[in-house]
Design a binder for this molecule. Structure first.
Ligand SMILES: Cc1cc2nc3c(=O)[nH]c(=O)nc-3n(C[C@H](O)[C@H](O)[C@H](O)COP(=O)(O)OP(=O)(O)OC[C@H]3O[C@@H](n4cnc5c(N)ncnc54)[C@H](O)[C@@H]3O)c2cc1C
Length: 263
């Protein structure tokens, strides 16, 4: 991960293998994969922005059984010792929905072009592929505050919408989501006291710039604030600076995480 102050909480169950059972383009730049399998009976479902390391198969014979069950520094070093030919590529993703009754888990991928591994792989609609999931817990770790503000770009849309879905219904505040294309908006289940702002990025703008500008224009928040900011690195760090330097929030009231880094 690029820049972040989130704490990782591993589940005890290690790598969970599952199969892609459904793959569809849900909007111009998002593919939803549904993975399913008996091992998901052990999935520690936390809701909110729960995320995991996704082991993506990149070749025939990719193995998941020799991965470390905790993807911390030791797990990463162990990963590096595995034969390249059969080791998966690891990327970070958010649980969009988990359905314990059918042991199905949805993942929404930004399809961001031909670069990289996970995005193009999801874009190939890989039904039948095996994947591995290593639970990493929730980044969202609120402190008690009068207002809650969530800020993200496309990559954090699953996180922001998951948090909104699971927030106490009396939560007040704002959620800002920057998109390159408003056609990527999704249905939102949010508390009535949250103002949702869909912000469109102009093609000439750096990722995150429009969301940061919008954030600066918001009126003073009622009382204290807890903020969660995720997405392109500069959006995450820029939002954190804004809350701390311009809104007077204690550093501990801001959770931020760079989800990807613009080239
Ligand atoms: C905690 C966490 C949760 C995340 N949850 C999700 C999620 O649910 N859905 C999701 O889509 N992403 C999510 N991400 C972001 C995702 O891990 C990155 O976008 C990742 O880089 C994608 O891997 P890749 O193999 O496609 O591209 P990479 O090989 O990592 O990068 C290749 C190139 O693509 C560019 N790139 C990567 N991601 C994007 C993007 N989103 N938009 C434009 N260009 C990009 C890079 O700048 C680079 O030039 C999450 C990240 C974190 C840390």
């Amino acid at each position: 991960m690029a820049v972040s102050n989130i704490a990782v909480t591993h589940a005890k169950n290690g790598v969970i293998e599952a199969e892609v059972v459904s793959a569809r383009l849900i909007s111009p730049h998002f593919v939803r994969l549904t993975v399913a399998g008996d091992e998901l009976v052990d999935w520690r479902h936390l809701g909110f922005d729960q995320w995991f390391r996704l082991a993506v198969p990149v070749a025939e014979g990719t193995r998941f059984d020799n991965l470390s069950g905790t993807y911390d520094m030791a797990g990463y070093l162990r990963y590096l010792t595995l034969p390249r030919a059969t080791r998966p590529v690891i990327r970070n993703y958010t649980v969009r929905e988990f359905r314990p009754e059918t042991l199905e888990l949805d993942i929404d991928f930004v399809v961001h072009g031909d670069d990289g591994v996970a995005g193009p792989w999801a874009g190939s609609l890989p039904i039948g592929a095996s994947v591995g999931l290593i639970d990493q817990g929730c980044g969202y770790q609120p402190v008690v505050a009068d207002s809650t503000v969530l800020v993200g770009d496309e990559s954090a849309l699953p996180a922001v919408l998951g948090i909104l879905r699971d927030l106490p219904r009396d939560t007040r505040g704002h959620a800002l989501v920057e998109l390159g294309d408003l056609a990527d908006r999704q249905e939102v289940d949010a508390p009535d006291g949250i103002d949702l702002h869909w912000i469109v990025r102009r093609p000439e703008d750096a990722p995150g710039a429009a969301a940061l500008e919008h954030l600066r224009q918001l009126p003073a928040f009622d009382g204290s604030v807890y903020a969660f900011a995720a997405g392109e690195s500069k959006l995450a760090t820029g939002a954190r600076r804004h809350f701390v330097n311009e809104r007077g929030a204690p550093k501990g009231n801001v959770t931020f995480c760079g989800y990807w880094r613009a080239a």
